[in-house]
Design a protein around this ligand. Structure first.
Ligand SMILES: *Cc1c(COP(=O)(O)O)cnc(C)c1O
Length: 424
């Protein structure tokens, strides 16, 4: 079976990877609950939930059965001019979990398409009314995906530098902190006042890819209020934060001011099948209603509304609704806070942050935190050796585990992290 690595090297091109220098990938052959197993039988705790997607653990029976049953009922169908029961059930259930003003779900394929759709909807919303606006507002350090629109509103860095000439105009406000918040508000208001900002897109409360950077809900509330004062469309990218990742069902549940559009993906299916949802209100939806076909939202994907993915959404929502799931989530939030309090004074740490089920540990390094700091590779290898699959973001080590992780598994994870920190 080491054949697997040979075949991989011969035919497969991996994401976010310099193929010339990368070490061979870990050949994973099995997943059950919070554990992944490689071809040699070595196990790894899936501490980052397989790229922040898996909610209920691997091989969940309820989700597996729902997908299997759906497969033999209806596996796939075109979604323009056609509908099916799981698409309508999933849309109804998602909308019912959100504040009242959310009424419509647009399906696409993944997180990047869910934000891409939100950006296109926002842009066309103004276009349809003969009031075109040319810019978006975003927060420094943002990550909204890897398609062109999503990259355009993300942090401009080495990851997307080759494409920068093709990006559209985006204004960035600094990442809000205790010391700069008043200034951030001022900068935002100045930009919004120009009335050329079509929409404001943000990762609510936690910026994921830039290092699990957490910010205060009252700041976001004020920024949303300001955007609404200038009629700017607000887009909450909940691709990472949704489905209790931050302790509440959605991050926006912690806000007083609600956005106009919410993007979902990653955990929406329990993390086992790809799909993207862009959820919006009648204010946006109605701006596309017209006798003219061209004013409709003429966007779609081959797998829009895929029945298997929609069945997985419904099954995952069944599980999220169970009190035992809520207890597990609450326990993880508590354990993370507990561990945070044990780490706060550790001499090698710059900060230890917790929001909901996410714990992020930032190691002190010379200069600013960067994805390519060598501590990342050392930590990654140390964790792998000790049976933890953790992909640090530069010098930020974080755990956002599947909700099925046990107290013992998390305690082991903390022990390994502790012993790693003590080696520095
Ligand atoms: C992962 C992520 C995306 C992109 O989702 P993909 O499914 O990887 O395309 C967008 N926004 C946020 C906040 C994310 O964490």
């Amino acid at each position: 079976m080491n054949n697997l690595l040979e075949k991989d090297a011969t035919h497969v091109w991996h994401p976010f990877t310099q193929m010339q220098t990368a070490e061979p990938p870990i050949p994973i052959v099995k997943g059950k609950d919070a554990t992944l197993t490689d071809v040699n039988g070595k196990t790894y705790l899936d501490c980052n939930s397989s790229w922040w997607t898996i909610l209920h653990g691997h091989g969940n029976n309820h989700i597996g059965n729902a997908i299997k049953d759906q497969f033999f009922e209806l596996d796939h169908t075109v979604f323009a001019g056609v509908t099916h029961p799981k698409a309508t059930e999933a849309a109804e259930r998602i909308v019912n979990l959100l504040p009242e003003k959310f009424t419509k779900v647009f399906y696409s394929d993944n997180g990047s398409t869910s934000t891409e759709v939100a950006l296109k909807m926002t842009f066309q919303y103004w276009h349809n009314q003969g009031r075109p606006k040319t810019k978006f507002l975003a927060i420094e350090g943002a990550y909204h995906g890897d398609t062109f629109g999503a990259m355009s509103v993300g942090q401009r860095d080495m990851f997307n530098a080759p494409f920068e000439a093709l990006f559209f105009d985006v204004e960035y406000i600094p990442f809000p902190t205790e010391s700069n918040f008043e200034a951030v508000l001022e900068i935002a208001e100045k930009l919004l006042k120009t009335e050329d900002i079509a929409g404001f897109i943000f990762e609510p409360l936690v910026q994921g890819a830039s290092g699990m950077r957490m910010y205060d809900k009252s700041w976001l509330d004020q920024l949303i209020a300001l955007a609404h004062k200038y009629q700017t469309i607000t887009i909450a990218d909940e691709v990472m934060t949704g489905f209790y990742r931050l302790g509440t069902l959605f991050a926006i549940d912690q806000l007083v001011n609600k956005p106009d559009i919410i993007c979902m993906s990653k955990g929406v299916t329990g993390g086992v099948l790809p799909i993207g949802l862009t959820v919006t209100t009648d204010r946006i939806y109605d701006a596309f209603l017209s006798d003219e076909i061209a004013k409709g939202f003429l966007h779609g994907h081959s797998f829009t509304g895929n029945p298997l993915s929609c069945a997985a959404i419904c099954a995952s929502l069944d599980l999220l609704d169970q009190s035992k799931t809520k207890t597990k989530i609450k326990n993880i939030c508590d354990w993370q806070l507990d561990y945070q309090s044990k780490l706060v004074d550790h001499p090698v740490l710059k900060s230890v942050r917790v929001t909901g089920t996410i714990l992020a540990i930032e190691i002190k390094i010379d200069g600013s935190s960067s994805y390519f700091s060598s501590i990342r590779d050392i930590a990654y290898k140390y964790f792998i050796k000790n049976g933890l699959l953790i992909r640090p973001l530069g010098n930020v080590i974080f755990i956002n585990p599947p909700y099925c992780i046990t107290a013992e598994e998390l305690a082991y994870t903390y022990d390994v992290i502790q012993s790693f920190l003590d080696t520095i």
